[in-house]
Design a binder for this molecule. Sequence first.
Ligand SMILES: [Ca+2]
Ligand SMILES: [Ca+2]
Ligand SMILES: [Ca+2]
Ligand SMILES: [Ca+2]
Length: 214
Amino acid sequence: MKKKLNQQQYMIIIGIAIISVFVIYILYQNFSGNGGILSIKKESITPKILSPVSENLGDKTKLDTFQVEFDQPVFNLKASDLSINGIPAKNIVGSGAGPYIFYGFSLPDKGNIKIVLSSGNIKNQEGDSFAGYSWTLRLFKYNEDDDGDGITNQIEIERKTDPTKKDTDGDGMDDAYEINNNCLNPNFDDSQADPDNDGIKNYQEYRGGTAPCR
Ligand SMILES: [Ca+2]
Ligand SMILES: [Ca+2]
Ligand SMILES: [Ca+2]
Ligand SMILES: [Ca+2]
């Protein structure tokens, strides 16, 4: 037989309900990362660059297009949001999170390049603004030899050596010698190694003008 709840039991149930709602509210506030007790706005995550993620893009011999991807869909991107050494791009294709491809920018032949994607009016679905991002790279003419070591910029970039340093890894053997002797590594100090097992270390072979690989 059902027993009717008395007034005291009602009060206890209502009290538990109020406390539960309050606890859930406090937990929500903490986990949503919103410190304000009056606001229950969901924490917004501003759009971030997904790629290229590295700010230093290294060395290149050309840059016809520049491609950017976000970690979430964004809106209102314009070609002129991207500038290269201060000059805005003319064209853009892409939608959502990207990739967005910028093209139609004027570039110098060579030198340090700064690429800036300004915040513009770029926003995500929730209306949160993109903060902006920038990249740097060095542009080289492919058939020139900036450091005069006999290895063209193009080959230095392919081999990941520094086109402005004769001895990229600083091991005393210049890049040309290390690239032309394929048992040597121009990006690693292998001066003490002896790959041909003749008892003569690489740096001694280099100084003596002997062959280090055979
Ligand atoms: Ca060179
Ligand atoms: Ca070297
Ligand atoms: Ca080396
Ligand atoms: Ca040797």
